[in-house]
Ligand binder design. Structure first.
Ligand SMILES: [Ca+2]
Ligand SMILES: [Ca+2]
Length: 336
């Protein structure tokens, strides 16, 4: 489902790239539910899969000692959940809850990220935050005793809350990017869609050393919004496929999409700890972000080199053609 809110003076329309499909949350074979990792042709939400239409996942990427951080600009992440807790970024230079800005960065008690929307250190708020950020983070780093497999372990995830109830302001987005840079962020997850161009945001992203990984959007359209439409060397735009290898029915498509990854019925955890299937190009983004982060950590690549490596190790689809070209699908199988 797509949500839009009308403009006010400071607040601009935001579309959260989230579509929920309820039901089937009682299955316990979690690995089998994670078709995006390994598609053996299993049926997911009444759709029979096609073997091999996945990301070629072999095993969880492991980073022994992370030098950089994955940022997630979203509506907050519930790190109280044990399955993702150990991946939460900790700002060691800040003493918690003493009311003092110990590291003199302008943010008081910013131990675990920041809420740039409300300008406080509560990056997840049970009342205002929804599932979106937690679902994405769990796909990235979540694991549990039932066999749920994370994409990457050893990553540090920094939550940057930039919107609430589908409202945002540009100043918060820009402050979050600047903050993320100061915290050694190498990869940024952007799973939202802004409906208007903003020059200042464009310039801040262009000057950044961060690799931004952004969802293409869920309008089944070649008309896209921002930041996906920004033409930037340090931006990867991600479209979506289903477990058949054909496009996810709502994915935006076209020349601006760099790579496709599974986006339909992605199994993950909500903020309250329950599991379900989620659809939307939002959920393809962490799959690309994890591999890019791994390359950066392993080979000490910069953002442009990492983008090039993600794209060069992807596979060509024989099922999807846009503008007379086969698209490419994310592939972990060629990561070495
Ligand atoms: Ca501080
Ligand atoms: Ca403090």
């Amino acid at each position: 489902m797509k949500k839009k809110i009308c403009c006010y003076v400071l607040f601009i329309v935001l579309v959260i790239l989230l579509s929920l499909s309820f039901g089937c949350s009682t299955s316990y074979d979690l690995t089998n539910n994670q078709w995006y990792l390994r598609n053996d042709g299993q049926t997911i939400e009444d759709v029979e899969g096609v073997r091999g239409e996945d990301i070629g996942f072999v095993e969880t990427l492991f980073i022994e000692e992370a030098n950089s951080v994955i940022g997630i600009m979203d509506e907050g992440v519930n790190f109280d959940n044990q399955s993702i807790k150990t991946s939460q970024y900790v700002n060691e230079a800040e003493i918690p809850n003493n009311g003092i800005d110990d590291d003199l960065n302008g943010y008081i008690d910013d131990v675990n990220g920041w809420d740039f929307y409300n300008n406080d250190n509560t990056q997840f708020d049970y009342f205002f935050s929804k599932d979106h950020g937690t679902v994405i983070t769990n796909i990235l780093v979540g694991s549990n005793s039932n066999g749920y497999e994370p994409l990457v372990l050893g990553a540090k995830v920094l939550s940057l809350k930039v919107f609430e109830s589908e409202m945002y302001n540009i100043d918060a987005l820009i402050a979050a990017i600047n903050y993320a840079e100061s915290m050694e962020t190498s990869v940024m997850i952007i799973s939202f869609e802004l409906l208007s161009y903003n020059e200042e945001l464009y310039q801040v992203m262009k000057k950044s050393d961060i690799l931004f990984v952004c969802s293409s959007g869920n309008n089944n359209s070649a008309e896209v919004s921002y930041p996906a439409r920004f033409k930037l060397e340090n931006l990867i735009v991600v479209g979506g496929i289903a477990n058949t290898g054909y496009p996810y029915s709502k994915t935006n498509y076209g020349d601006f999409v760099d790579v496709y990854a599974p986006a339909k019925d992605i199994y993950s955890m909500k903020a309250n700890g329950e599991y379900d299937y989620f659809s939307g190009t939002s959920f393809a983004v962490p799959q690309v972000a994890a591999l890019a982060y791994y390359f950066i950590e392993l080979y000490n690549l910069d953002c442009i080199e990492a983008k090039r490596k993600v794209l060069s190790t992807s596979r060509t689809s024989e099922k999807i053609i846009y503008t007379n070209q086969y698209v490419i699908i994310l592939d972990y199988g060629k990561k070495e």
